[in-house]
Design a protein around this ligand. Structure first.
Ligand SMILES: NC(=O)C1=CN([C@@H]2O[C@H](COP(=O)(O)OP(=O)(O)OC[C@H]3O[C@@H](n4cnc5c(N)ncnc54)[C@H](O)[C@@H]3O)[C@@H](O)[C@H]2O)[C@@H](O)CC1
Ligand SMILES: [K+]
Length: 549
């Protein structure tokens, strides 16, 4: 999958293509409409029978309409609506019966949309989009409903006519009983294409357009992978509309978000190690994972198992004396060392072969506060998770001052909001104007402030570096793994990242690769997963990726 674009980036690319004279806006709109129609028939070939009419040919004027497929196209007031008029015309050209509804004032349509509105008027009617529309659709025996109401220009709260109708339409026709398919053009109305967040609407159970398929153009948009949108896009198909990637300026490029895929592992996963002696355990690094006290060591043990499975040569658990017995009884391939306090840790870190640290899982707030300064002063690649983040909730600045560029912070939503309260508040706010602020923006801002990698967890995990690099590891669509939301799963993730750091992965690559493998391990196991299973699935996942690795 290629870069993910914001609405502004997409507009800039379109604008540059239009200004270069290579293509007109009208041509782009035609290609967009064609792309949607192609995607519909690729996804549902059965819809292409088009009654008794050959694809692409005008309908038989004798009108044997019994078998004709029927579509409702809902058009909005902008260019997304313009795409809808193109789709209506092309479907009709393939013999479909098409009903078109317009939300908004035809006189105020932007120029290209207006042209396509008028082209449609030559061959069909346009009805007003009213709050009663859903009744019509519900009663009708339609094969397809096309949402061309709002696309990348959706910018504010929905009004009652738009919101109520979409809610009733979606809510009353979900599930298998529904006969028709639903396609959203560019993004389902009710979502913001930058943030994936649901547009505001004063309705308790507001759902928006719940699509089976979302057809977008040139590149997928960031919002397709984040938040609520991932629940309602159905499936994403990206259609080429003849735009080249080049017009993004250098500044624009550095603000791209990229999706994480198997390349993060394949790049150097199978071979990455520290020294020339690939076969030696120290050449695969040595991770130190600090545990909590007696009765609280499970989380760190999970992390340690993850670090070992992902290929760290050695993994040692740093335990307080009170937990030594407990941990010793539980481990085999892992090692154990006493880390009673900060002084003890300082001594242990005199061994330079300890090249990656993990602080946080089950550690306890007090121990985390005590040990973090020494651990961070040692300047080893370090993962800070769970208690190592919460320990600084009252004074995040104290933590930021100690962090260095080889650190990876792995907060979930609650921890993120405590460490970066102003950023969290911006993310939670419902924007009424201006560009919307997404989880991508928030994670980037947090990484810049912390001066290290921030991995903001969720089904839509976002990973950012202080220099603006950013990637999205989304466990949605065909990668959905809802069973990953299980106790201890985050500890294993911290362990994966620590193990990769020990092997010499750069912090950003370690975070991306760890997050990607985490989801793959969950998918390989399937429902019923518990955190202990995640490290054990890794060999299978890695074998499938690089059998010789
Ligand atoms: N610009 C281009 O050249 C192309 C644009 N394309 C299509 O154009 C879309 C973007 O077009 P626009 O920028 O016109 O944006 P949209 O068509 O998404 O929406 C803009 C219109 O909706 C109104 N609006 C925004 N939020 C609203 C709300 N909550 N309730 C009611 N009305 C609201 C705005 O006032 C404006 O009239 C893309 O998503 C894509 O589908 C494609 O045709 C490809 C080419
Ligand atoms: K739409």
């Amino acid at each position: 999958m290629s870069d993910l674009l914001t609405a502004a980036q997409m507009r800039a690319i379109e604008q540059a293509a239009i200004e270069s004279g290579d293509v007109t806006g009208l041509e782009l709109m035609e290609r967009a409409g064609q792309g949607v129609v192609e995607a519909i028939f690729e996804e549902w070939p059965e819809l292409d029978e088009a009654g008794d009419v050959a694809g692409g040919q005008p309908p038989d004027p004798r009108g044997i309409s019994g078998n004709r497929k029927r579509a409702v196209v809902l058009c909005g007031p902008g260019n997304n609506g313009g795409d809808g008029f193109v789709v209506a015309r092309l479907l009709q050209g393939r013999g479909w019966e098409v009903e078109v509804f317009l939300y908004g004032d035809a006189e105020k349509l932007p120029p290209d949309a207006k042209v396509n509105y008028e082209r449609w008027l030559q061959i069909g009617a346009v009805a007003e989009y009213t709050s009663k529309l859903h009744m019509h659709v519900l009663k009708g025996d339609f094969d397809l409903v096309v949402d061309a109401l709002l696309g990348t220009g959706a910018s504010r709260a929905l009004d009652g006519v738009l919101g109520n109708t979409l809610t009733v339409l979606s809510a009353s026709m979900s599930g298998k009983e529904r006969k028709h398919k639903r396609v959203a053009i560019d993004n389902p109305t009710g979502t913001n294409s930058d943030t994936g967040v649901q547009l505001d609407f004063d309705h308790v159970e507001w759902t928006g357009f719940d699509a089976d398929l979302t057809v977008t153009f040139h590149r997928s948009k960031v919002g397709h992978w984040l938040d609520f949108a991932a629940d309602v896009c159905g499936k994403i198909i990206v259609k080429d509309i003849g735009l080249e990637a080049k017009p993004l300026t250098k500044a624009g490029k550095s603000s791209l978000a990229v999706p994480v895929d198997e390349r993060v592992w394949l790049l150097d996963g199978p071979t990455r190690s520290l020294g020339k002696h690939v076969g030696h355990k120290y050449s695969h690094g040595h991770a130190l994972i600090l545990t909590g006290g007696s009765g609280k060591t499970g989380a760190a043990r999970l992390a340690a198992r993850g670090a070992l499975r992902v290929g760290a040569g050695l993994v040692t658990l740093g335990v307080p004396p009170s937990a030594q017995q407990e941990v010793a009884c539980q481990i085999t391939a892992l090692m154990l060392t006493r880390v009673g306090d900060a002084t003890a840790l300082d001594v242990i870190l005199g061994d330079n072969r300890l090249n990656a640290l993990c602080l946080g899982p089950g550690m306890g707030l007090e121990r985390a506060r005590d040990l973090a300064p020494v651990a961070l002063a040692a300047k080893r690649a370090t993962v800070l998770d769970a208690d190592a983040l919460s320990a600084f909730a009252d004074d995040p600045e104290a933590l930021f001052q100690m962090l260095h560029e080889n650190c990876v912070l792995t907060p979930h939503g609650g921890e993120f909001a405590k460490l970066f309260p102003d950023v969290g508040a911006k993310l939670a706010a419902v924007p009424t104007k201006g560009p919307a602020y997404s989880k991508v923006d928030a994670t980037r801002e947090a990484a810049a402030r912390a001066g290290c990698i921030v991995l903001y967890k969720g089904a839509d995990t976002v990973i950012a570096a202080p220099d603006g690099r950013c990637s999205v590891n989304a466990a949605v669509y065909e990668r959905a793994a809802p069973w990953l939301a299980t106790a201890g799963s985050g500890d294993v993730l911290a362990g994966f990242i620590t193990g990769l750091l020990a092997r010499g992965f750069a912090p950003m690559a370690a975070a991306e690769t760890g997050a990607w493998l985490h989801v793959e391990s969950a998918r390989a196991f399937g429902p019923g997963l518990i955190a202990e299973d995640l490290p054990e699935m890794l060999p299978q996942v890695l074998r499938a990726l690089a059998p010789e690795g």
